[in-house]
Design a protein around this ligand. Structure first.
Ligand SMILES: *Cc1c(COP(=O)(O)O)cnc(C)c1O
Length: 382
């Protein structure tokens, strides 16, 4: 990417008018990646066309797609008995694809366990329950932290696990509530994790999972893409009414090109993976992510002005939600933050308050700028 850095002065991001963007998604992307995409936008690597204008079946594009997968495999150390798919419909369509692929049919009466720890795992079980309502299988909520307003994770001793379940689904990082489950739960059923907002934020042991999926627009690339990492033994079990496009076996056979994939998002995801490898991979980025989260939580905890109620052991390192003790100052906080170049801090409408999403592409400097602003703002109100 050295040619690209020459094209613009990266040391002075302000000259590019790049602000501190804490958007929950679609989220911040590395400036280097956007510059590279910009540089090859009109004439992709001397071919005289943009990558967006190429057939997804051309040798050039297939190479881009395969290199993106290889880079992701290196980053996450994905074992060979896992397939990687680049699909559409976001993480949300996976809420339906998972039971369609794994719950069986009215004859097999499959069973699935779901842990509810916030808005996204709540949506996932809601979709799965449609199958249970039709008598096509059983969907069991093993536990829910709703009573705590989703500020913690139910103790595993209290989970009502189903014997012989086809899978156990949970959300590793609840983007809206700021609750993260750092260790994969130890259950007998294959683990399925929604990692939309924490994938690539730290190293994980993929072999502990049956399937991992993640919408791209948090930590991977632009919207329009969802990545599925699935163990081979879970492929080829779709029910007979599963739409062809959602059947993992079909997508594996066609290398995610059963129909036209989101070619530009896939290409850009590849550039993000390349950037991550250049940063030193997930160990290196995790170190920075921990620093960012510690700094922000410390700023909140040290103040008399900001509150975060999440159980400390489950505080998300990617999505930090907080409220002002005096919520009548929310509007002023957001206006002044924006004036200071700190964007998209408004919390999700379901929980209110503030939220800073501090994904991989959000630098420590950006988090420092936010913390400095928060301290100053609190001081002024005192
Ligand atoms: C954003 C998000 C989703 C939804 O993703 P879409 O790509 O919009 O469908 C699902 N789960 C989690 C954890 C998310 O953060």
């Amino acid at each position: 990417m050295n040619q690209v850095t020459a094209a613009a002065n990266l040391n002075d991001e302000a000259s590019l008018n790049r602000k501190h963007n804490f958007c929950a998604g679609p989220a911040s992307l590395p400036t280097e990646v956007l510059l590279k995409a910009q540089a090859e936008m009109l004439d992709w690597r001397g071919k005289g066309v943009s990558i967006m204008e190429m057939s997804h079946r051309s040798a050039d594009y297939v190479k881009v797609a395969q290199e993106a997968e290889q880079s992701l495999r290196r980053l996450m150390n994905i074992p060979d008995n896992y397939k990687v798919l680049f699909l559409q419909g976001g993480a949300t369509l996976q809420f339906s694809a998972i039971p369609l692929n794994l719950l069986g049919n009215e004859k097999s009466q499959g069973k699935a366990d779901y842990l509810t720890t916030g808005a996204w795992s709540g949506k996932a079980i809601k979709e799965a329950k449609r199958y249970a309502q039709l008598g096509l299988g059983e969907v069991n909520e093993v536990a829910s932290s709703k009573a705590s307003n989703f500020t913690t994770v139910p103790d595993q001793d209290e989970w009502q696990l189903t014997e012989g379940a086809q899978y156990f689904h949970y959300c590793a990082n609840e983007t809206i509530h700021g609750v993260q489950i750092f260790q994969p739960p130890q259950v007998d059923a294959p683990l399925i994790a929604d990692m939309s907002s924490c994938i690539l934020s730290e190293p994980i042991d993929v072999s502990k999972f049956g399937m991992i999926y993640a919408g791209a627009q948090k930590n991977i690339g632009p919207a329009g893409l969802v990545i599925v990492i699935i163990r081979e033994d879970l492929i080829g079990k779709a029910s007979e009414w599963c739409p062809a496009l959602l059947d993992y076996a079909n997508q594996v056979n066609k290398e995610s090109m059963l129909n036209t994939p989101a070619t530009y998002s896939w290409y850009l995801a590849g550039l993000v993976f390349e950037w991550l490898e250049q940063q030193g991979g997930l160990e290196a980025i995790a170190k920075i992510n921990r620093q960012k989260a510690e700094l922000l939580y410390k700023t909140i905890d040290d103040s008399e002005f900001y509150i975060n109620n999440v159980d400390p052991q489950y505080r998300s390192i990617m999505n930090v939600s907080f409220t002002l003790k005096d919520s009548s100052l929310d509007g002023q906080f957001l206006t002044e933050a924006e004036e200071a170049g700190l964007l998209n801090l408004k919390g999700h409408r379901d929980v209110g308050g503030m939220r800073a999403s501090i994904y991989n592409a959000v630098s420590l400097e950006s988090v420092q700028a936010l913390c400095d602003f928060m301290v100053e703002f609190a001081k002024k109100q005192a």
